[in-house]
Design a protein around this ligand. Structure first.
Ligand SMILES: Nc1ncnc2c1ncn2[C@@H]1O[C@H](COP(=O)(O)OP(=O)(O)OP(=O)(O)O)[C@@H](O)[C@H]1O
Ligand SMILES: [Mg+2]
Length: 376
């Protein structure tokens, strides 16, 4: 719309909160069966019974957290005898911190910051539940952050065995695992009491991505702000990234960018430049969370001239720089793969038979720049 510009207080956003990460969408398409399974698991608590445990598994941005939050919302409206606690395990990486969080939600204030033993915390939590005849359902979100030193086993064990040391307590657990490979192992001593229903959250396909973004844009922007073509364009980037969050964030930033140039609608160029900027930012953030061995692998790959290299060569260079062995190398490759930084499961037939190849999924220069930026 040439000639039309925004006044300083005009905005393209009808409801800006729809683009925030913690927003719980009213419309939650393509997740009916997962919601049903979750409801099935918590239903016994309505009748005063212990709920069934569950584990929600799937790649990032597939609606796991949202599904559990929706079920918890429902429970808080309809079941006064049930208390739900959603714990973010990235922010609370030890059993003690997780129980402090549960304590805080039940009792209404944090436990005194020093001198309270874990046992005392557990005692207080169990006492509260029994005295008030409440059933507790704990969601352990991003439980992968507890996999270090088997902390996840300790947490599950303490929650699910609480009724043995504290008769009458009724606790259920919903674990949420962000993982591409759907692979998880719990200690046998936990496996026999956890027995979770597995609820799988597959990646959204292009049409589903498009539908979700279309609904969000329609409610969140004023009409005419975004065209069908531009939504298709955002959906392409989102599918490529494999995380619906990328799309929601792109919608928000593209609209801000359009506002910035005083336009009443989002152009493909707004989307393109915003995507480029946030892609690099996201890559740098991800690389910054890696340990030095994982970063060494990326550096080795980024310095190679061809895009695909033989795994054995990478290992040799890795071993020279870090001194670490094959088992660690293998674990690190798996992690880099699940973070979508590399592809490591490519096998090709070459002159010397079959060999495993590794490919960097990002531009070498971008990776080297991100690694460089951290040295400074
Ligand atoms: N089916 C859907 N309909 C509408 N919005 C959705 C849907 N699925 C996901 N979203 C939105 O996408 C974002 C990411 O969803 P959510 O946080 O539930 O993903 P997740 O599976 O928990 O990801 P992670 O593993 O990274 O924690 C949220 O803002 C949520 O509102
Ligand atoms: Mg989540």
């Amino acid at each position: 719309m040439p000639g039309k510009t925004l006044l300083w207080d005009q905005t393209l956003f009808r409801r800006g909160e729809l683009f925030e990460f913690d927003y719980i969408p009213e419309q939650f398409a393509h997740r009916d069966s997962q919601l049903r399974s979750l409801m099935f698991g918590v239903r016994p608590s309505l009748a005063g019974m212990r709920p069934l445990n569950a584990i929600c598994v799937g790649p990032p941005g597939t609606g796991k957290t949202t599904a559990v939050r929706k079920v918890f919302e429902e429970l808080s409206e309809h079941a006064s005898n049930v208390i739900t606690v959603h714990v973010n395990c990235q922010a609370n990486q030890t059993r003690y911190l997780i129980f402090s969080e549960i304590f805080r939600r039940l009792i209404g204030h944090a436990p005194p910051s020093s001198g309270v033993s874990f046992k005392k915390l557990l005692d207080e939590v169990a006492k509260y539940l029994v005295q008030n005849e409440k059933i507790l359902i704990v969601a352990l979100d991003d439980i992968n952050y507890l996999f270090h030193e088997k902390e996840s086993d300790n947490v599950l064990y303490s929650l699910l065995r609480a009724h043995e040391t504290h008769p009458g307590t009724k606790i259920g657990v919903i674990a949420i695992l962000s993982d591409d490979n759907l692979s998880y192992v719990f200690d046998p001593k936990v496996g026999s009491i956890f027995l979770p229903e597995e609820i799988v959250f597959p990646r959204y396909d292009w049409d589903e991505v498009r539908g979700i973004l279309y609904d969000r844009a329609k409610l969140g922007f004023y009409s005419g702000v975004i065209s069908e073509d531009v939504i298709d364009f955002v959906s392409d980037y989102t599918s490529e990234a494999g995380d619906i969050r990328v799309g929601i964030d792109l919608l928000k930033r593209s609209a801000l960018s359009a506002e910035q140039r005083a336009s009443t609608s989002i152009s493909a160029d707004d989307v393109r430049s915003v995507y480029e900027r946030s892609r690099i930012l996201h890559l740098s953030r991800t690389i910054a969370t890696l340990n030095s061995g994982e970063q060494a692998i990326l550096a080795i790959l980024a310095e190679k001239t061809s895009s695909e290299v033989i795994a054995g060569d990478v290992y040799t260079a890795f071993h020279e720089t870090t001194g670490l062995g094959y088992t660690r190398f293998h674990t690190m490759l798996a992690k880099l793969t699940s973070l979508r930084l590399i592809d490591a499961d490519l096998v090709t037939e070459g002159m010397h038979g079959r060999s495993r190849r590794i490919e960097l999924r990002h531009d070498s220069m971008d990776v080297l720049n991100a690694l460089d930026a951290m040295q400074r």
